[in-house]
Design a protein around this ligand. Structure first.
Ligand code: ZN
Length: 378
């Protein structure tokens, strides 16, 4: 932790979000009593700071300040298994729909950490009933996940933290013969915090419930570390919805003033119209001899989701050459859009974009339009 002495008082930079979430729950219950529904769920992109020795800091993978996609769920025991399952489904949807990472038995495994039953009450705090209920919820959910998706799980007896059992999801990525493992979502039960905050008594008084759990959950864990691993995995390529430049338009000039005017006319029209529709667009003026060099620079820096070529042939044929990057194939495909009116071409590009946005639309109800003008990057 980072600690400061300020006028004789000890201050610290927040290292975790959990206590604040529990305090919010307790203050809500103090105000509204049992009208606060259980299970109670609270989430934030919580910025936390941990002191890491300078020698261990590494890119985005190990940093001193990071953001957790952090939630806490306070639930009656009878809902615990369903909660674990729903957290898994949420993680699966996020990885598949937004990040385009398939979740199946080849790419994901689950690791359940349980107590050594002889050490409950000693090395592992809490009661036998608490551990039994929580571990049953975790294992029950792991079984359903296995039945539904074939995802395997292992149980590490004695590997739990002292405060409760957990399940971790590990992404297994095969790359150039190397097997890499990413720590993804985690769901952890906690028998320590409810005691420290006297939560059991409060819930019993207000709700009349004996068995209640606090569950920590993160889907990506550290957002920075996830992005670091993710950028490595796709070598800086991002799916359409996340790409800083979604459309990079290349105007390939010829030196002939009249033709170049037409080329730039089409390129600028397409750029402006796509921009109006909320896409992140860049325009690069190039020429025949410089084109391959320009493309090489753009591909190694900006890595746009879609390249659009406008040259003399395209203007003559009323067409665009369009090259979307296909993440799964790790290469660009090539297609031709013919048009009567330039506006038709814009509509066709929007249609193409909608296809790429489709998974994310399923996730959020609409494609996230991240504002920002990165066109100077070209
Ligand atoms: Zn927590």
């Amino acid at each position: 932790m980072y600690l400061f002495d300020i006028e004789g008082h000890e201050f610290a930079v927040k290292p975790m979000n959990c206590p604040y979430h529990i305090l919010i729950f307790m203050s809500q219950v103090a105000k509204y009593r049992s009208r606060v529904p259980l299970p109670f769920k609270i989430f934030e992109f919580g910025r936390v700071h941990r002191y890491e020795p300078s020698g261990s800091i590494y890119g985005l993978l190990r940093v001193r300040g990071f953001t957790q996609d952090d939630a806490h769920i306070i639930t009656p025991g009878e809902n615990a298994k369903e909660i674990v399952l729903s957290v898994f489904e949420e993680m699966k949807m996020l990885l598949e729909e937004l990040f385009r990472l398939p979740v199946n038995k080849e790419t994901l495994k689950a690791r359940l950490s349980a107590a050594d039953p002889n050490e409950i009450g000693k090395e592992f705090m809490g009661t036998v009933e608490e551990w039994r209920g929580a571990e049953a919820a975790l294992e029950g959910a792991a079984k359903v996940i296995n039945e539904r998706y074939g995802i395997d799980y292992t149980i590490g007896v004695g590997e739990a933290a002292f405060y409760g059992p957990k399940i971790d999801f590990i992404m297994v990525v095969e790359e150039a013969g190397h097997r890499k493992e990413w720590q993804m979502g985690t769901i952890q039960f906690d028998f320590n915090l409810p005691r420290r905050f006297r939560l059991y008594q409060l819930v019993k008084d207000v709700y009349g419930i004996d068995e209640v759990y606090i569950i920590h959950r993160a889907l990506l864990g550290s957002v920075e570390r996830f992005l670091g691993a993710y950028l490595e995995h796709y070598r800086g390529r991002l799916p359409f919805v996340l790409a800083p430049i979604q459309f990079a338009i290349l105007a390939i000039k010829t030196g002939d003033e009249k033709i170049d005017r037409e080329i730039l006319g089409v390129a600028k029209h397409v750029k402006e119209e796509l921009k109006k529709k909320g896409f992140r667009v860049g325009l690069k003026e190039s020429n025949k001899t410089g084109l391959s060099g320009d493309v090489r620079i753009i591909e190694s820096t900006v890595k746009p989701a879609v390249l659009v070529y406008v040259g003399a042939r395209e203007v003559k044929e009323s067409s665009l050459e369009v090259r979307p990057y296909i993440l799964d194939d790790r290469r660009r495909s090539k297609l031709k859009i013919s048009f009567d009116d330039v506006q038709d071409a814009v509509n066709a590009l929007e249609e193409l974009a909608r296809g790429f946005e489709e998974p994310a639309i399923k996730l959020a109800g609409q494609a996230p339009r991240i504002p920002g003008d990165y066109s100077h990057a070209l």
